[in-house]
Design a protein around this ligand. Structure first.
Ligand code: NAP
Length: 281
């Protein structure tokens, strides 16, 4: 089969590397800039690459890997070039607005979200094995042909990912809690710490260690990605932030009231809840 990857950045490039290494399929890249196409071929990330969508006329599957705000407009320009039975998917980290736009335009569209990444961007950041043991969420609707979902599943299975199926609305609510809320919480944490008095601030910077590293990591990432999450998943993120603010207020009240027993009970509860989300320490 021929697989098209549109957008040769971190995710598109990493997908291409693994599809080339782990499947028998031919991988064709499409990027906005010829220099990126040439570099992708030089690095052997793709078999061939072009700035022209017509290079995907024979593709069996095309994966849209542009930033979220460009996925729908890119798809609209791509669709006239595709075979009628080609399967189209995307990797955007928000699903409902994309599925709503593209499912009516292309019956063989299956929304997707590989939940893997690094702090880096662009083709040079692409790496092999990025998706091993990571969730890869598919969001087909009841109307999506089973054969389209099955073709996508068969192609991504060899990447070593763990495939989940869910409704795009539920997906967006879930990522608001476990991906988008943590970015804002972590950003708020870093920002709050800069309020410390000069001497305290200098010492805090010097002695910040693993606890701060863990809790500040996602707040210190790419600002454009954070803004995109807030723009495209605004209502779900706002609901999560409001609940988070209530929980902070409850913890603050317990400390003000010196209700150490209740505080311990609250922390015991979070200690036992955490392994349900992530297994490692
Ligand atoms: P990236 O490294 O910045 O790559 C984006 C790619 O899209 C580049 O090839 C870029 O082309 C192209 N592009 C940028 N702006 C465009 C535009 N306006 N129109 C058409 N193409 C454009 O980004 P990424 O991290 O791979 O993210 C790509 C997608 O993956 C996003 O939809 C994101 O939600 C999703 N995602 C990201 C992560 C993550 O952790 N990064 C995880 C899961 C899913 P040029 O090289 O020509 O600039």
């Amino acid at each position: 089969m021929q697989i098209g990857i549109v957008g040769l950045g971190l995710i598109g490039g990493s997908l291409a590397i693994d599809l080339k290494a782990k499947t028998p399929h031919k991988v064709t890249g499409v990027s906005r800039r010829q220099v990126v196409c040439d570099r992708a071929v030089e690095l052997q990330i793709v078999d061939d690459a072009s700035v022209d969508f017509s290079s995907l006329e024979a593709a069996d599957l095309v994966v849209l890997c542009t930033p979220i705000q460009a996925i729908v407009s890119t798809a609209e320009r791509l669709l006239p070039h595709l075979r009628a039975d080609a399967v189209l998917t995307d990797v955007g980290s928000v699903k409902q607005p994309i599925v709503e736009h593209l499912a009516p335009l292309w019956p063989n569209f299956v929304g997707g979200h590989p939940m893997a990444g690094t702090a880096h961007q662009g083709l040079e950041a692409a790496v092999g094995n990025l998706f091993v043991d990571r969730p890869y969420v598919l969001t087909p609707s009841a109307a999506t042909p089973t054969a389209a979902v099955e073709r996508l599943r068969q192609i991504i299975q060899p990447l070593g990912c763990v495939i989940y199926h869910c409704d795009p609305v539920i997906h967006d609510q879930a990522v608001a809690w476990i991906s988008h809320l943590p970015v804002m919480v972590s950003a708020g944490l870093i920002s709050a710490c800069t309020d410390a008095d000069a001497d305290v601030f200098r010492l805090a910077q010097a002695i910040a260690s693993s606890g701060f590293r863990d809790t500040s990591r996602v707040g210190g990432g790419n600002p454009e990605l954070g803004v995109m999450m807030a723009q495209h998943n605004r209502d779900n993120l706002l609901r999560s932030l409001q609940t988070y603010r209530q929980r902070l207020d409850q913890l603050t009240d317990l400390i003000e009231q010196e209700d150490w027993q209740a505080l311990e009970a609250a922390l015991r509860q979070t200690q036992s809840d955490r392994p349900g989300f992530v297994s490692e320490l």
